[in-house]
Design a binder for this molecule. Structure first.
Ligand code: XMP
Length: 317
């Protein structure tokens, strides 16, 4: 197997030589791949790295703070652009899943480009492309149907013509985690589940509102706490909650309620192309359900998604 220590050293030397005194732009999502790329670049070129994290208002509770703290502790430069209002105002009134994705993708490019233009001397763009992405983008070419338009696959438009730096192009996800550990990234960062670019927008069915984001974040935190406490976070590929656009009747004390439904989605997978719903012990599901209903006002019902992919997809939109 590959020795990630020497792989890191080689990549750092290569990047240093290629970049010279130019600057490198790097988009950071908070996920494993882009964090490893940014850390590697910071080691190689220090403050010639311009890494940009866009807060689109669709992040999970405390996510922005966690990413900022992690980068700060590693001395990796990071610029956070708070564009939440821009994203949320453009999403107002939009309920079609593909329209939502398109708006988020376009707004991201716009915000990212605006930030890039503020810096002189940028010649390179660093991306966390993995070997699996390389293979997939080859096999995806041709007349295929779009199931969902993933906005971060396919890269940026031509007019952002930078030379690409893709240090993870030859390695797999598990190797990225080893590389990250080699670079000193914390374990809880390296074991993070994948999180989609469009964020919580595709986990709120229909129109995205600030109120719904508050509900969903609260439910999500509880579900994650219960999974972490029982060791199931590490054992599963992805775990999240979805706010359904469905109200149902319930009873709280002596009163009738008519409130929202949260769906818990936890899946096992090795690459996300296929997935099965995770066979989580019922006692854990019971705790998740009870806590969400008791602690999040506005939710009176929790359901568990028992569909696998295919034919269902992992995300609901
Ligand atoms: P689906 O829902 O298509 O998801 O079964 C497969 C995997 O991809 C993630 N996903 C995305 N990731 N941008 C991303 O970066 C996107 O637009 C996007 N849509 C889905 C999903 O979370 C799962 O891991």
């Amino acid at each position: 197997t590959w020795n990630m220590g020497s792989f890191a050293k080689e990549q750092i030397a290569k990047i240093r030589e290629r970049v010279g005194d130019k600057k490198v732009l790097c988009g950071v999502s908070g996920g494993v791949d882009s964090s490893v790329v940014a850390t590697l670049l910071a080691e190689a070129i220090g403050d010639k790295l311009v890494s940009v994290f866009v807060d689109n208002g669709l992040l999970r509770a405390n996510e922005r703070e966690q990413v900022e703290a992690m980068f700060k502790s590693r001395n990796v430069p990071l610029i956070t652009v708070d564009a939440s209002e821009k994203f949320l105002s453009r999403l107002a009134g939009v309920s079609d899943p593909e329209k939502k994705r398109k708006i988020i993708g376009e707004t991201f490019i716009e915000v990212f480009d605006e930030e890039a233009k503020k810096h002189n001397g940028i010649q390179f763009l660093a991306q966390g492309t993995l070997y699996t992405d390389v293979i997939e983008s080859v096999s995806v070419k041709g007349p295929s149907k779009t199931i969902k338009s993933h906005h971060n696959v396919g890269g940026l438009p031509d007019w952002m013509s930078f030379e690409l730096i893709e240090p993870l192009r030859e390695i797999f996800k598990d190797e990225v985690r080893i590389l990250g550990a080699e670079l000193g990234l914390p374990k809880d960062m390296l074991s993070r589940h994948p999180f989609p670019g469009p964020g919580l927008a595709i986990r709120i069915m229909g129109e995205v509102t600030k109120e719904d984001l508050v509900l969903l974040r609260a439910a999500d935190v509880i579900m994650l706490e219960e999974l972490r406490a029982t060791g199931y976070y590490e054992k599963t590929w992805q775990a999240f909650t979805v706010l359904l656009n469905v109200k149902s009747v319930g009873v709280m004390g002596d009163n009738r309620t008519y409130d929202n439904t949260i769906c818990v989605r936890i899946v096992d997978a090795t690459d996300g192309m296929t997935a099965t719903f995770a066979h989580i012990p019922h006692t854990i599901l019971e705790n998740i359900s009870r806590r969400i209903i008791n602690e999040v006002s506005g939710i009176n019902r929790v359901v568990y998604d028992i569909s696998s992919k295919p034919p269902a997809t992992i995300e609901w939109e």
